[in-house]
Design a protein around this ligand. Structure first.
Ligand SMILES: Nc1ncnc2c1ncn2[C@@H]1O[C@H](COP(=O)(O)OP(=O)(O)OP(=O)(O)O)[C@@H](O)[C@H]1O
Ligand SMILES: [Mg+2]
Length: 387
């Protein structure tokens, strides 16, 4: 035969992912190395994951026909967001498709009220809460009588980056809150005296084998995560407690893939669960460079029921800074060479359209000390998103 035309061998596995944002984009990076074909379902072809080489399946993630089209020929279907109605996920599973995580596990990540109820019923620590119908100000008043103002109002579904969370200082504020007006159910919680915010990522296989990543400390401003440290600067005993809490939740809800458990360290040093995400999570982006196996690779391995990779850290201190779109726009290309002046910095750009406050990328620095990692990551971030 003339020439050595090679058509390539078949993929090692075909994974369908609902959603094509930055989480799918970074999952695609991990899929390449393992010879996995990743197919992503989204309305727009123009998306961070398709741009990175994932195969595009055009369709609405909330439409059953589109979900079935994605699942056709896939070994497993998984998710990069929580927007698919659980009933559709159940129908996909009932049609014989492997869906991981399960609809039940996803419901808890989707609906903060469901999660609060199930976790508290199972004995896990959560902030005091009530869930009431929209407009039931009286119920909120009596909750406030027991727990005091201010309270936190949450839309049970659809929130991210602090949209859907509001601190409420009085019944009058509640009555005039646009969030309260927009949300048909109100999740009302005690405003926790937060000392630190942590996240634990667990990678879990269908039969229950799991690996935890080192506990991450997150720094939130106005409900948006700005910066992350791995490992979090917390007492060793608290880290053990956080991991064991997250692992019990993962076992309890039979999670598969990555489960992220967001935790608050309260004023008295105890832990309460904030929210769950049943997918790769923003708190784990440092794992791309800072642990032996990234959360994205372990998510794929877990949902495919393949052996999990090592989650150990490769440096004593790691800091990730999220690149949030500044007010008035940004030119990432202009700042990039300056950011790269530090030869040890890792830059990830998601190629998302600019919006003020939107996560456009992140930078990660590994170092000997937290201070050093922080200085490097902040410097690079400032080069990129300086207004
Ligand atoms: N009960 C509470 N008491 C005090 N602060 C809270 C409470 N609930 C949430 N917060 C603050 O608001 C932030 C966002 O809340 P939450 O994680 O529920 O929202 P989200 O918008 O879904 O976040 P994400 O971007 O992680 O999906 C928390 O990280 C925390 O800083
Ligand atoms: Mg959160």
């Amino acid at each position: 035969v003339n020439g050595t035309q090679q058509d390539g061998s078949p993929p090692t596995a075909v994974v369908g992912m609902v959603g094509a944002g930055q989480l799918a984009r970074m999952t695609q990076q991990a899929a390449i190395a393992l010879g996995i074909e990743l197919r992503v379902l989204s309305k727009d072809r123009d998306s961070p994951a398709v741009d990175a080489g994932a195969r595009h399946v055009a369709g609405d993630p909330c439409d059953m026909k589109s979900l079935l089209r994605l699942a056709e020929g896939c070994d497993v279907v998984t998710f990069d967001h929580e927007g698919v109605p659980p009933a559709l996920i159940s129908r996909l599973a009932a049609a014989g498709h492997q869906v991981r995580p399960s609809p039940a596990a996803q419901l808890l990540a989707q609906d903060k009220g469901e999660a609060r109820r199930l976790l508290s019923r199972s004995g896990f620590p959560v902030p005091p809460f009530i869930e009431v119908a929209q407009g039931d100000v009286e119920a909120v008043r009596s909750f406030a009588a027991a727990h005091g103002w201010p309270l936190v109002l949450k839309a049970p579904t659809g929130g991210y980056d602090g949209r859907g969370v509001e601190v409420i200082t009085s019944a009058e504020q509640l009555a005039s809150s646009p969030l309260a007006a927009a949300s048909t159910r109100w999740l009302i919680e005690e405003k926790v005296d937060i000392r630190q915010e942590l996240a634990v990522l667990i990678a879990r296989r269908p039969a229950g084998w799991w690996q935890a990543y080192p506990v991450v400390e997150t720094v939130q401003r106005d409900g948006i995560c700005h910066e992350l440290q791995m490992p979090g600067v917390i007492p060793a005993a608290l880290a053990v407690e956080a991991v064991s809490l997250a692992a019990s939740i993962a076992d309890g809800i039979d999670a598969t893939g990555i489960l992220a458990v967001e935790l608050f360290v309260t004023g008295d040093g105890g832990l309460v669960v904030n929210e769950l995400a049943a997918r790769p999570h923003n708190s784990g982006h440092a794992t791309i460079e800072a642990t032996v196996t990234s959360q994205f690779e372990n998510h794929l391995r877990a949902v495919l029921d393949w052996p999990l990779g090592d989650t150990s850290l490769l440096a004593p201190a790691v800091v990730t800074v999220n690149l949030l779109g500044p007010v008035g726009g940004v030119d990432l290309a202009r700042g990039l060479p300056a950011a790269l002046e530090d030869p040890s910095i890792h830059v990830h750009l998601y190629r998302k359209a600019h919006r003020a406050g939107r996560k456009l990328g992140h930078v990660t620095a590994l170092a000997e000390t937290v201070g050093e990692a922080q200085a490097k990551a902040r410097r690079a971030a400032a080069c990129l998103v300086a207004p």
